[in-house]
Design a protein around this ligand. Structure first.
Ligand code: EPU
Length: 334
């Protein structure tokens, strides 16, 4: 089952030349258990990987990458209005969204066309266009990597926040997600207030038309992973004190923000980077994507070092200009 010394350049969306000591696909929880046992026997570290859409391999990976191909699907209709859908972690995220839209299940359509897998969605708490996946997560089924027992964690145990969860914090390495259960609706509940989404969808939204509008916006702003390597947003949008924001507005009256609470606002890092003149700037093969400065792309021959250098330079200049610290959303793998 284990492939040794494998080229993973095209198994993560940055497309940066990288080797892994070992790689294994698994289709069941039992296979995953066997792989973890084997890694332990051989003294190999291991890490789950989906589509690798949020990873930057800083160097070759010396352990075993575990790639889920658990593509199960179970549904239970709870009422006229609600359905529980349990999807295996290996589903490609957007195939799963397309399936839900086709079935007439509301809740995930704003998250159309996000790269990655169902398993990773629950770790990362993916979000876009006014929706976060945690809003629809009922529970997450995981394998405990110590006991090798499966466990079901309720969505509200996972401490979901903006692009974060316990899986990225205290549970890092403890669990591998094997399936995610979503609570979806049969009746329309559209969320169209983000940016120009409502305008693009028009007056008579349908599940399909919302999905198509989201895909259209994403395609116009974000690089196609099949054409240009990247890991989507490179930074998370920083949350800053409202006082600090009000002060910055005196100098930058056009600076947008998302409301958080009375004390804090979230500022789009893409705007900060753009207005610090980084659009299209390069470092070796890495470039700030001109249509969305939040994204760093691989123009073809980028090395991880180029991306790290560019990201560091950007963060430094954003701090110097606005006094705001921006942090990577992308996970660096050493
Ligand atoms: N902006 C600029 N210049 C830029 C980029 C953005 O001026 O180069 C301005 C835009 O004009 C807009 C504001 O910044 O006023 C926000 O831009 P956008 O709507 O593109 O959203 P974002 O905050 O930059 C976040 C997510 C995206 C998600 C969009 C839509 C994060 C880190 N990123 O980006 O997620 O698609 O909102 O909801 O929260 C991803 O995670 O990979 C991703 C693409």
């Amino acid at each position: 089952m284990i492939q040794e010394n494998i080229d993973i350049t095209h198994r993560h969306t940055f497309g940066i030349a990288t080797q892994a000591r070992a790689w294994a696909d698994y289709e069941s929880v039992d296979e995953l258990r066997q792989l973890i046992q084997e890694a332990r026997t051989r003294g190999l570290e291991f890490m789950p990987i989906g589509e690798g859409s949020n990873l930057l391999f800083v160097k070759n990976y010396e352990g075993l990458l575990l790639h889920s191909e658990i593509n199960s699907l179970n549904t239970i209709t709870l009422s006229d209005n609600e359905v529980l859908v349990r999807a295996g972690s290996g589903w490609k995220w957007d195939d799963f969204v397309a399936y839900c839209v086709e079935k007439g299940w509301y809740g995930l359509e704003n998250l159309s066309y996000i790269p990655g897998t169902v398993g990773a969605s629950a770790v990362q708490n993916i979000g876009a266009y006014g929706t976060e996946v945690c809003d629809a997560i009922e529970s997450v089924t995981v394998l405990d990597t110590d006991t090798l027992e499966e466990q079901i964690l309720k969505g509200n145990e996972c401490a979901y926040g903006y692009r974060t969860s316990r899986f990225k914090g205290v549970w890092r390495g403890k669990y591998i997600v094997t399936a995610v259960t979503f609570r979806l609706k049969h009746t329309p509940q559209y969320i169209l207030d983000y940016g120009n989404l409502r305008e693009i969808v028009g007056d008579t939204p349908t599940l399909q038309s919302v999905r198509e509008a989201v895909i259209k916006i994403r395609r116009s702003k974000l690089p196609e992973p099949s054409e240009l390597g990247s890991a989507g947003s490179f930074f998370v949008n920083p949350v800053i004190a409202r006082k600090h924001y009000n002060k910055l507005l005196e100098q930058y009256p056009d600076m947008p923000c998302y409301e958080i609470d009375e004390q804090q606002v979230k500022v789009p890092a893409g705007w900060l980077i753009d207005h610090a003149q980084w659009k299209g700037k390069t470092e070796g093969g890495a470039m700030v994507y001109p249509k969305q400065c939040l994204v760093i792309v691989n123009t073809g021959n980028a090395k991880a070092g180029h991306v790290v250098q560019l990201a560091n330079d950007i963060a430094f200049s954003v701090f110097e200009k606005y006094g705001i610290i921006i942090r990577p959303e992308v996970n660096y793998v050493y």
